[in-house]
Ligand binder design. Structure first.
Ligand code: GLU
Length: 380
C-alpha cells in the first residue's frame, strides 16, 4: 500500500465534482449520477469521516433550464444561468443526501472571501460549524456575483482553497478521467496513468502543457494548480474517475485508483501559502532560463537582469506570477517595484538600476524571502 496508507487515515476530506460528471449537455443535471455520488459520500460519513463537497454544474444546469442550447453568451447571461442552476443543483443534492439521512448546507464563495483575512476566518468558522453540526457543506463559487477580478475562477483551485480553509487531510477531484496520464489517453495509446506524483515538477507539467505552453489535456492544468496548493498546505490530493461507483470507498481503503499527489512534508509557512495561493496574482513577469534556474535550484532572489517582460498593471507589494517565455507559471512572489518601474529596469544589471530609474532602488525585483516556487520540492 505504501504511500497510500495515508489516505486510509484521512478523517476530513474535500470532494470536488466537475460539471461534466453530473450534467449531460443540453439536458442539465443527471439525477442518477448525483444519487450515486451521494451514496459514495454517505459511506464515508457513515465511516465517521467529515466531508465537504465542492460542486460545479450550476452554469451548465442553468443553461439547460433556460433553454440556452448555445450556452450563455454574456456575463449577465452566465450569471443568470448560474442563479437558476445553483438552486436546481442544491435541490437535487438535498434530495439525494436526504435518502441517507444527511443534511446539507450551501456555501457560496468568491476569491475575495479567501484573500481577505477577515472574510477568510468567517468562511472557515462557518464551514467548521457546519461540520460540527454533522451537516455536509456543499460549496461552489458565487457565480451570480463573481466577476473576473474577484473570482477564484475554477472549482479545482476553489476546492484546494477549501481544503486548506478547513484543514482537510485529503482532497479528491472526481472527474471524467481516472487520473493524470503521461499523454492524452484519447489520442495516444502509449499514454499511461501515473499512480503517484511526488511533486508537480516541470516533467509532470509537460504532460499537460505542450511545447508552446498551451494546455494540451482538457481540464488538467487547473488540477495541477490545485495539487500544488494542496501539497504546499500539507494536504494529499487524488484525481480519480467519478464515473465508477465506489471510487471514493476504494481510494480511502488505499486501493491504487486514480493519481495520488503526495503532500509536501516541508509544508509552507502560512505567509508563503498566502503569497502562493490566497491572492490572485496582479501581473506576470517573464524571466529567462538562467533566472528561473537561479530561483528554483539555487534559492536566489529575482534580479532585473533576468527579467524579460512585464505584463499587467500592479503596484509594489502586490503578488505577481513568474514564468518563462511561453511557459506555465512556476513561482509567485511579492514584487518590490510597480509595473512601470519594472519596464524601465528589465534586463538591467544591478549597477544600472539607479540610472534607469533616476533614483536608487532595491537590487531585487522579488526577494527570495517573498518568493514561492510552485513547481517542485525545494526552492521555498
Ligand atoms: N462554478 C461553476 C459552475 O458551477 C463551475 C466552475 C468549474 O467547474 O471550474 O458552473
Amino acid at each position: 500500500m505504501g504511500a497510500r496508507r495515508a489516505l486510509t487515515k484521512a478523517r476530513r476530506l474535500v470532494v470536488k465534482v466537475g460539471s461534466g460528471l453530473i450534467t449531460s449537455p443540453g439536458e442539465g443535471l443527471d439525477g442518477k449520477r448525483l444519487g450515486a455520488l451521494a451514496t459514495d459520500i454517505a459511506a464515508l460519513v457513515a465511516d465517521r469521516r467529515e466531508v465537504a463537497l465542492v460542486t460545479s454544474g450550476a452554469i451548465v444546469a442553468g443553461s439547460a433550464r433556460l433553454g440556452l442550447s448555445r450556452g450563455p453568451r454574456s456575463i449577465p447571461e452566465k450569471q443568470a444561468a448560474a442563479a437558476v442552476g445553483q438552486s436546481s443543483l442544491m435541490w437535487h443534492y438535498e434530495q439525494a443526501f436526504k435518502r441517507h439521512g444527511i443534511k446539507v448546507g450551501q456555501v457560496l464563495l468568491t476569491g475575495q472571501d479567501i484573500s481577505d483575512r477577515g472574510r477568510y476566518l468567517n468562511a472557515r468558522n462557518t464551514l467548521l460549524a457546519l461540520l460540527d453540526f454533522g451537516v455536509l457543506p456543499i460549496v461552489n463559487e458565487n457565480d451570480t456575483v463573481a466577476v473576473d477580478e474577484i473570482k477564484v475562477g475554477d472549482n479545482d483551485n476553489l476546492a484546494a482553497l477549501v481544503a486548506h480553509l478547513i484543514d482537510a487531510q485529503l482532497l479528491v477531484l472526481l472527474t471524467d478521467v481516472d487520473g493524470l496520464y503521461t499523454g492524452d489517453p484519447r489520442r495516444d495509446p502509449a499514454a499511461r496513468r501515473l499512480e503517484t506524483v511526488e511533486a508537480v515538477t516541470e516533467e509532470v507539467q509537460r504532460f499537460v502543457f505542450d511545447e508552446a505552453g498551451r494546455v494540451s489535456v482538457g481540464g488538467m492544468s487547473t488540477k495541477l494548480e490545485a495539487a500544488q496548493k494542496a501539497a504546499a498546505s500539507g494536504i494529499g490530493m487524488v484525481i480519480a474517475s467519478g464515473r465508477d461507483p465506489g471510487t471514493l470507498g476504494r481510494l480511502i481503503r488505499g486501493e491504487p485508483v486514480g493519481t495520488y499527489f503526495l503532500p509536501r512534508d516541508d509544508r509552507l509557512a502560512a505567509r508563503k501559502r498566502w503569497i502562493a495561493f490566497a491572492v490572485p496574482p496582479q501581473g506576470r513577469l517573464t524571466v529567462d532560463a538562467g533566472a528561473r534556474k537561479a530561483l528554483t535550484e539555487r534559492g536566489k532572489s529575482l534580479l532585473p537582469s533576468g527579467l524579460v517582460s512585464v505584463e499587467g498593471d500592479f503596484s509594489a507589494g502586490e503578488v505577481v506570477a513568474l514564468a518563462e517565455p511561453d511557459g506555465p507559471e512556476f513561482a509567485r512572489g511579492l514584487v518590490n517595484y510597480d509595473a512601470g518601474e519594472l519596464r524601465k529596469i528589465r534586463g538591467a544589471k544591478t549597477a544600472e538600476i539607479e540610472k534607469a530609474l533616476g533614483y536608487k532602488g532595491l537590487a531585487e525585483v522579488i526577494h527570495r524571502d517573498n518568493l514561492v516556487v510552485l513547481t517542485g520540492p525545494g526552492g521555498c
